[in-house]
Design a protein around this ligand. Structure first.
Ligand code: DC
Length: 235
């Protein structure tokens, strides 16, 4: 399927399958996929390891700001399933998906200077268009001029089961209730923070994928791409 060079912004609640969907779209359209959440997770991991977060979850903002100002080298290497986030030469893809990072990331992502840092990176990576990005504020703040905006929602129990299965597959032992608590807590914090909170852009199309397969979701987006951008399978 061929479509013009556009930005596709996928926002929504935690564990609604935004990144799986974005990767599928990127593969199908030969677009670049950018996972903005991975960047927030990368900053959180660097903050934890740089001792910018205390045991009682207080963030030393001065120390974290200094760490970012020193030029924290976050970048994506590879694409699709092989794509990974690196800090310098180190592949941190596994470390940024831990429960510990998940439990701190919304606190870090609420800081305006952290958001400015991640936005700068996203603009750097996404300057050529032909990108699909997923996050919480892509369609509202980072790329408000994105040509296609999708806002994903799904039932909380379905989301918790999906996330727990994903973590179990990676060998991480998880408690389903804890996973659900964490994602509801992140939903709340992400939607209530002062700087660019999670919210649906007025021109975003809502996708509830609670009971949809990946194939159903691809069919749904292909329908939109062909009606909006005249794309067709045979092109
Ligand atoms: O998509 P994810 O679960 O990997 O995102 C991790 C956290 O990063 C999420 O809880 C909120 C934050 N985030 C954000 O504030 N803005 C974005 N554009 C993407 C993620």
């Amino acid at each position: 399927m061929q479509i013009p060079d556009i930005i596709i912004a996928i926002d929504g609640y935690s564990s609604t399958g935004k990144s799986s969907f974005a990767k599928l779209i990127a593969g199908e359209l030969r677009y670049t996929y950018l996972d903005s959440g991975a960047l927030y997770r990368g900053v959180t991991l660097a903050a934890m390891e740089g001792r910018c977060i205390s045991e009682d979850r207080a963030i030393d903002e001065t120390a974290l700001k200094a760490l970012l100002d020193a030029g924290l080298d976050l970048r994506f290497v590879g694409s699709g399933k092989e794509g990974a986030l690196y800090i310098g030469e180190r592949n941190v893809e596994k470390d940024i998906r831990s429960m510990e990072v998940a439990s701190l990331v919304s606190l870090v992502a609420a800081l305006p200077f952290v958001r400015a840092f991640v936005d700068m990176k996203l603009h750097e990576f996404g300057s050529g268009r032909r990108v699909v990005m997923d996050g919480r504020d892509i369609g509202t703040t980072v790329f408000p001029d994105a040509e296609l905006k999708i806002f994903m929602v799904a039932d909380a129990d379905v989301r918790a089961r999906r996330r727990a299965a994903e973590m179990a597959a990676k060998g991480e032992e998880v408690d389903l209730e804890e996973v659900k608590r964490n994602l509801l807590e992140r939903d709340y914090m992400d939607s209530h923070r002062e700087t660019s909170p999670l919210s649906r852009a007025e021109d975003a199309i809502v996708l509830d994928n609670s009971y949809m397969s990946f194939e159903d979701q691809m069919d749904w987006v292909k329908g939109i791409l062909s009606s909006r951008f005249g794309a067709s399978e045979s092109e």
